[in-house]
Design a protein around this ligand. Sequence first.
Ligand SMILES: C[S@@+](CC[C@H](N)C(=O)[O-])C[C@H]1O[C@@H](n2cnc3c(N)ncnc32)[C@H](O)[C@@H]1O
Length: 353
Amino acid sequence: MSDATTRPSGPFRYGDRVQLTGPKGRLSTITLREGGELHTHHGVLKHAMLVGLDDGSVVANSADAEYLALRPLLRDFVMSMPRGAAIVYPKDAAQIVAQADVFPGAVVVEAGVGSGALALSLIRAIGPEGRLVSFERRAEFADVALANVETFLGAMPDTWRVVVGDLVEQLPTAVEPASVDRVVLDMLAPWECIDVVADALTPGGVVICYVATATQLSRVAEYLRLTGLFTEPEANETMVRGWHVEGLAVRPDHRMVAHTGFLISARRLAPGAVPPEVKRRASKSSYGDDDVEQWTPGAVGDRQITDKNLRKRVRDAQRAAGGARHAAAGTDAVSAPGAGSTDAPSSAEEPSA
Ligand SMILES: C[S@@+](CC[C@H](N)C(=O)[O-])C[C@H]1O[C@@H](n2cnc3c(N)ncnc32)[C@H](O)[C@@H]1O
């Protein structure tokens, strides 16, 4: 067991993980052990040569090939660690911590733990006084996560517990009702868990879901609203575009990770509370809760045209077609009394919502 905030520092010691950048920028990560050697076609680097050197030192191997030695940052580790399931990328983990306001001392629930990437950021954010309970329904994935966290931190943090099982079944018995400050869901169907999450969250607590597709985003938003137990959900995505900065060549990178997932968050209302206003919701005349699963114009946010405006548009379109017909025949179009110019914007023009 260890304090979750500990991280190796000072000169390299046996047991430390070291990221080596070798010839042509090639990366290798090693764990220093007595008698250990890194063999490449550039020669042999004895682990012992690194022990006692400062983080950020350069060392040469048997063939004089040079290696830069650094302790991996959390983001370096996460991007190269073994994966059972897809991970939350560091850019999204940082946003989850910030948007859900995961604070030192917080009681946090996470599901599923997957490969443990997000768990590492959450363990850091809650500090030595917090508590993280991670749920995972696949035991093999939980094993990968446990091993990854132990590898990065050097020991199992005593602030972290992994429960193998489905969140819906396990959460009600794993935590007291209304005792959890933050819940993070990274799974295919987070809406299936919202009821138990609502029971576990303390009033004012935050639920945040990370989903890969717009259809999942929509479904979880509508479910959160349907419960009437949360504030209006807020959704966003984070894109990080790297820049090449060298001499006069200062420009965005040609390639980037364009899509990982969306975040959607909401706060638990106090029991019985009804928020004073529900924002950005189409009027009841446009659609009802039952319509959301049907592709009505109201459900997709389009305003419906009135019958009167539609009749006027039909007249406008027919008048324009008549004008075009006369132009093709070389005769003058006869304007109907009160008809406007055919290329003027229609007064019935309605912006879409
Ligand atoms: C994308 S992975 C999570 C990755 C993880 N956040 C990370 O950063 O490494 C999704 C995981 O959720 C698990 N899962 C899905 N539904 C679950 C549920 N209802 N309860 C517990 N785990 C669930 C899956 O088995 C899978 O391992």
